[in-house]
Design a protein around this ligand. Structure first.
Ligand code: HEM
Ligand code: HEM
Length: 306
């Protein structure tokens, strides 16, 4: 008993004396910790290969959908609308959808998926956090320019501000994203934040992050619809001109990209061990906190008896 307890404690992902917690040796076959059942290392390797093959397909699907969304938004404003320019007018407004789709939505999707890429299992955890944070910061910067383009062009054209549901939802999502970025940087990047706070905040962080990613796409869909209703007069949106069909397809691509990213980021099997989680896809990190505490207590009492 004391033997396995001390072994579990040695492989404990947050044990301070351990190096990087990734790819820990598997636990004994009969030990079940939360949802993480250990297997022999060969079986684990075979499983990992199969799981990663599916991961590759899902990632390829997500990237293809994301890439085509970007191509579509560029083609939309260049072929059907007035092009792009920072000089003002409609061409200034067009930066709004372009920066939102190619920057805000695409980069946020990448940032969310980054923790699931197989190579990140061997990467330094601190580095991963900075890459994740940097991608989100870039996404937010793109979004800020997109906001400037929308507000700037509408004010210059004497068009009312903040009247639509799209603008309300958009500003709320944008501000919440900025707030999440700030709070997350404080919680996860500051070295003196207690580990217990990080662990407790992790499920909330994951939920709010995914929710905001989904909201951004939803807001974009309302924006596309609004632009088509306002922008098309002869022929009208209801006449289904080619621009309307084209922009509708773009909306579908965005929904597909969002679904693929959310699918990837919610598969327990594709979640690797981290500072806050155990191998085998334990989703509930608060439960892990309990398990960890239990193992540490058992380990302490075992070494006391030895
Ligand atoms: C392809 C995506 C998008 C398109 C085509 C689009 C389109 C538009 C249009 C036509 C307007 C002017 C009408 C109005 O004020 O409602 C607008 C304004 C606005 N959009 Fe978007 N939008 C998109 C994505 C987004 C996203 C994702 C956000 C935020 C998360 C956002 C935030 C805003 C805000 C805050 C305004 C108000 C600007 C003002 O009142 O001057 N938009 N958008
Ligand atoms: C500087 C800012 C940020 C830092 C330092 C940070 C840090 C982290 C950390 C440490 C994790 C845990 C990964 C793991 O399972 O080991 C994580 C996951 C996650 N973050 Fe952030 N985050 C930041 C900003 C954001 C923002 C703005 C969003 C909003 C979209 C977001 C969305 C997510 C999501 C959805 C996950 C879950 C990923 C998964 O389960 O694979 N993060 N973040």
């Amino acid at each position: 008993m004391a033997n396995w307890i001390s072994r579990v404690a040695q492989t404990c992902p947050v044990h301070p004396s351990l190096p990087t917690p990734f790819l820990q040796p598997p636990l004994e076959p009969d030990i079940v910790v939360g949802a993480a059942t250990s297997l022999s290392s060969l079986a684990v390797e075979a499983q990992l290969l199969a799981v990663m093959e599916n991961f590759g397909k899902a990632l390829a699907a997500a990237l293809t959908l994301g890439f085509f969304s970007m191509v579509f938004v560029l083609r939309w404003v260049l072929r059907y609308r007035e092009g792009l320019s920072w000089e003002g007018g409609a061409a200034l407004f067009n930066w709004h959808p372009v920066l939102i789709v190619s920057g805000f939505i695409f980069l946020t999707g990448l940032a969310i998926t980054i923790y699931r890429l197989p190579w990140t299992g061997k990467a330094n955890y601190e580095t991963m956090k900075y890459i994740h944070g940097a991608l989100h910061t870039m996404a937010f910067t793109y979004a800020s320019f997109a906001m400037m383009a929308a507000f700037g062009s509408q004010s210059a054209a004497d068009f009312p501000n903040m009247f639509s549901l799209h603008s309300w939802l958009g500003l709320t999502t944008f501000s919440s994203f900025g707030l999440l970025l700030l709070v997350s940087a404080c919680i996860f990047l500051l070295p003196f934040t207690p580990l217990s706070w990080k662990t407790a905040c992790m499920p909330i962080h994951g939920f709010v992050g995914r929710f905001l990613f989904g909201s951004t796409i939803t807001v974009a869909l309302t924006g596309i619809t609004e632009k088509l209703i306002f922008g098309l007069s002869d022929p009208k949106y209801t006449d289904s001109p080619s621009e309307a069909l084209f922009a509708n397809v773009m909306g579908m691509l965005l929904v597909g990209y969002g679904a693929a990213i959310l699918w990837i980021s919610t598969r327990p099997a594709w979640k690797r061990t981290s500072e806050f989680t155990l191998p085998g896809g334990v989703e509930d990190k608060l439960e892990f906190q309990h398990t960890y505490q239990l193992l540490c207590d058992l380990s302490a009492s075992a070494s006391h008896h030895d």
